[in-house]
Design a protein around this ligand. Structure first.
Ligand code: 5GP
Length: 191
């Protein structure tokens, strides 16, 4: 998606050879025009699969999950929570995820009632690296007896294994911008 590729090249900040900071438009300050365009793009790709719930993970996936959900006709967005709080219900679906950026394991969970049996789930997230977050969300979708329509990420770091593994597994995975490599501070995109 050209607008996103431009934003990545112009506003992305290389933190190291495998981490990119996109706080200027996606992870801290949100470019709402771009977020709307991303939502429309994802919705157009998956519309014929008739998703009726978007599943994401807090916090950075939420903005594009919402714009996608609006473009699909105002379907609900459910975001997996990373921390347990006392006001959360007890009937929850859990998955363990290893955080690539924080290098630690954490549990993500969704209250079972918010993913009714038989729902058609589209997963949306900001980044795909090794696929840990995505695999956690897929597990939760399966525990909830829902159908996975596919998954969309804004930025796939194609030099990490997540995208390849998920596609091999048969997941219909859409990446709006694929990064081939980050070398000596330079971002190289795939065509
Ligand atoms: P994965 O679970 O695929 O290994 O990593 C994806 C998750 O880690 C995303 O939800 C995202 O929040 C975070 N992440 C992975 N790589 C990056 C990166 O280069 N930059 C940022 N900002 N987040 C990343």
């Amino acid at each position: 998606m050209e607008e996103l590729k431009r934003a990545v090249l112009e506003k992305g900040i290389v933190v190291s050879n495998d981490i990119l900071k996109v706080d200027m438009f996606l992870n801290h300050r949100i470019d709402t025009k771009l977020a709307l365009a991303m939502g429309n793009y994802i919705a157009d790709y998956f519309r014929n699969k008739r998703p009726n719930i978007i599943l994401t993970i807090e916090a950075s996936g939420i903005a594009i999950a919402i714009t996608t959900a609006i473009a699909l006709g105002n379907i609900p967005v459910v975001f997996a929570k990373k921390a347990a709080a006392s006001n959360q219900g007890t009937d929850r679906l859990h998955a363990n995820v290893h955080s690539f950026t924080k290098n630690k394991d954490y549990a993500v969970s969704v209250e079972r009632d918010y993913l009714p049996n038989g729902s058609r789930v589209l997963i949306v997230d900001d980044f795909l690296a090794n696929g840990e977050a995505m695999r956690g969300l897929i597990k939760i979708t399966e525990y909830a007896n829902c159908t996975l329509c596919g998954a969309a990420v804004a930025i796939e770091k194609a030099f990490q294994s997540g995208g390849r593994e998920l596609r091999n597994q048969g997941v219909d995975l859409l990446s709006l911008c694929k990064i081939k490599s980050i070398e000596n501070g330079k971002i190289v995109l795939e065509d």
